[in-house]
Write a protein that binds this ligand. Structure first.
Ligand code: DGY
Length: 373
């Protein structure tokens, strides 16, 4: 009770301070200008008189591992240091106060934490943090932040795209249309409609809820399971029915979409038993993490027609070995973890990560801190 009140007072004080000290900010999504918005610093280049804080940056490809345009944005606020530069110069170790981690790269280990004595925050650009050892990181007094808002639209879109593509056999159709053999062209070609079908969403966080909003527009019946039930008005807004027991979602759905965080509780959440509960006409769609599904059990279920199809943006490992059975099945669609692979999402993820990191470095309330349990 006391902690709640204290937090509330701190929030009021912070907003008062922000209103007085920040003249103009731009909302990271709408571009709208306002005074004292939620995301304060993302658009505020640090004053050039001050030395920019040094940030270790780690991603894939390019000089900084992120797109040039995003690196340019980061450079407005930070002095960027690459892993290679860090390895070459011991002097840099003391300077680094933050690390920017691109999506799910497993780059933070004990050795790295030990050589960065002034590290305060690891800003993950992406929502999933299963690649970070939260307990180890917090034992070094370092905070972890993520970007749950920036990723939700693009990932929900991929969920819908996979569901529609699987239902209407888009990938098979594409091969057929481009094949030199035209004799099979659209003969015996039947898909299923998603309209009025039942979609079961497992994991109703930001992304799951955005999926539900989209599915509502397709007149789908929506069931969901989540650790915490959503508010009644939120359920009503998308017409989603809560199932306390995950088995009820599995039994009744035509499409089951997985949108949970990968934790020790959700590892292999969908195994042989769960697949056997699903309808033989059902499709499993996974847009969260590969390890949420027991992949051997999935292969078996698809081979034995226990379920009809699978559409996966994530697998375990990524990419799958080229001879993996999942890659050879006609009733499986696989995309290479592209839930957040849009220019807009990456830009917003970078901005949201910067916002979090600057908040930690300036001792301000952190918009999206990940607390290790
Ligand atoms: O976690 C996320 O945000 C995406 O899956 C990218 O890794």
């Amino acid at each position: 009770m006391f902690r709640c009140k204290a937090f509330h007072l701190a929030k009021i004080y912070w907003f008062k301070w922000a209103k007085k000290n920040i003249t103009c900010v731009q909302h990271y999504k709408t571009g709208q200008k306002s005074t004292g918005g939620r995301l304060l610093s993302a658009y505020q280049p640090m004053s050039m008189e001050k030395e920019r804080p040094s940030m270790l940056i780690s991603g894939i490809g390019g000089t900084f591992g992120v797109l040039e345009s995003h690196a340019e944005f980061l450079k407005k606020h930070f002095n960027l240091i690459t892993m290679k530069e860090l390895q070459k110069s011991k002097e840099l170790h003391e300077k680094i106060t933050s690390v920017f981690v691109l999506e799910c790269l497993p780059v933070i280990d004990q050795e790295l934490l030990e050589i960065l004595p002034n590290l305060k925050v690891i800003g993950n650009s992406g929502v999933g943090v299963n690649h970070l050892n939260l307990k180890l990181i917090s034992s070094f007094g370092v905070k972890v932040t993520n970007t749950p808002h920036a990723v939700s639209d693009s990932t929900a879109d991929i969920g819908m795209a996979l569901m529609l593509a699987s239902a209407r056999r888009l990938v098979e159709g594409c091969y057929l249309a481009t094949s030199p053999d035209t004799t099979h062209f659209a003969v015996n070609w039947l898909g299923v409609e998603v309209s009025r079908a039942t979609l079961g969403i497992i994991g109703m966080g930001n992304i799951g809820y955005k999926v539900a909003k989209r599915a509502k527009a397709f007149d789908m019946k929506i069931l969901y399971h989540n650790r915490n039930r959503r508010k009644e008005e939120e359920e009503q807004e998308v017409g989603a029915v809560y199932c306390k027991n995950i088995d009820d979602v599995l039994r009744q759905s035509d499409f089951v979409m997985l949108v949970v965080n990968l934790t020790s509780e959700t590892h292999n959440l969908i195994g042989k038993r769960e697949l056997e509960l699903m309808k033989p006409t059902a499709t499993l769609i996974n847009i969260c993490r590969g390890a949420v599904v027991d992949q051997d059990a999935l292969v078996e279920a698809l081979q034995n027609k226990v379920i009809k199809a699978a559409a996966l943006d994530v697998t375990y490992p990524e990419p799958l070995p080229r001879d993996h059975l999942l890659l050879q099945m006609k009733n499986v669609i696989i995309t290479p973890h592209i839930g957040t692979a849009t220019d807009q999402a990456l830009r917003m993820m970078t901005e949201e990560a910067v916002e979090n990191i600057l908040a930690v470095l300036n001792n301000l309330p952190v918009p999206s801190e990940v607390i290790s349990k």
